[in-house]
Design a protein around this ligand. Structure first.
Ligand code: GDP
Length: 197
C-alpha cells in the first residue's frame, strides 16, 4: 500500500467522541516505550504524526489518523508504566475496554511487543482481555534492529510457546524496526488485505 495521505483527525477519551464512520480502523497499542509512536511515524512516512516518548501522567487519549481517506489508524494510550497509580491504571482500563466494545468498525488491534524481552504480564493480560471480548488482534515484534535476527526469532519462538499454554489458535505476528523500516510493507499489506475483506 502506498501512503498518499495521512492526517491527524482528533484526540478523544470516549469511543462515541471518535469519528462517526464506517471506514475500518486499526488500533495500535503496547507497553510504554515499546516503539509505538516510532512505528506509526515509520508506517505513515510522517516524522511527527504520532508523538514519541509520551510520559506517564499525561492525559491519555485515543488519537485518530485518517489514511488515504480509506482507513483510520488509531493510536491508543499505552499500558505498563511502572510508576502509574492504581487509579490511572483503572481509568486506562475503563477507557480502553469501552473503546474496544464500542467501535464496530474496529477491524483489528495491532499489539506491539518488544522483541528483546521474554513474555511480559501486562501484554499477556491485555491479549487475554482482547480474547475475552472477541476482538481480533495481531502482534508486532518491535525494535528487531537491536539484536541479531537469530535472537529475535528465538525470542518469538519462546513467546509463541508461552501463548500456546493459553491460546488454542496463535495470533498472526509480524516483525518491525522503525530504524531500518523493516516490516513496513508487511504491516501495510496486512492492513490492505483486511480492508479488502
Ligand atoms: P512509545 O512510547 O511506544 O510511543 O515508544 P517510542 O516510539 O517513543 O520509542 C521509545 C524509544 O525507543 C525511543 O527512544 C525510540 O527512538 C526507540 N525506538 C523505537 N522504535 C525503535 C526501533 O525500531 N529501533 C530502535 N533501535 N529504537 C527504537
Amino acid at each position: 500500500m502506498v501512503i498518499k495521505d495521512a492526517k491527524f483527525i482528533c484526540s478523544n477519551t470516549k469511543a462515541e467522541q471518535c469519528p462517526q464512520t464506517t471506514l475500518p480502523e486499526y488500533a495500535f497499542i503496547g507497553r510504554s516505550n515499546v516503539g509505538k509512536s516510532s512505528l506509526i511515524n515509520m508506517l505513515t512516512g510522517r516524522l511527527k504524526l504520532a508523538k514519541t516518548s509520551s510520559f506517564p501522567g499525561k492525559t491519555q487519549l485515543i488519537n485518530h489518523f485518517l489514511i488515504n481517506e480509506q482507513w483510520y489508524l488509531v493510536d491508543l494510550p499505552g499500558y505498563g508504566w511502572a510508576k502509574v497509580s492504581k487509579e490511572s491504571r483503572e481509568k486506562w482500563g475503563k477507557m480502553i475496554k469501552y473503546y474496544l466494545q464500542n467501535r464496530p468498525n474496529l477491524a483489528c488491534v495491532l499489539v506491539l511487543i518488544d522483541s528483546r524481552l521474554p513474555p511480559q504480564k501486562p501484554d499477556l493480560d491485555f491479549m487475554e482481555m482482547l480474547g475475552t471480548m472477541g476482538v481480533p488482534f495481531v502482534l508486532i515484534f518491535t525494535k528487531i534492529d537491536k539484536q541479531s535476527g537469530q535472537k529475535t526469532d528465538a525470542n518469538i519462538a519462546a513467546y509463541m510457546k508461552t501463548l500456546e499454554e493459553t491460546w488454542e489458535e496463535l495470533p498472526l505476528y509480524m516483525k518491525s524496526s522503525s530504524t531500518t523500516r523493516q516490516g513496513r510493507e508487511e504491516v501495510l499489506a496486512f492492513i490492505e488485505e483486511v480492508n479488502k475483506r
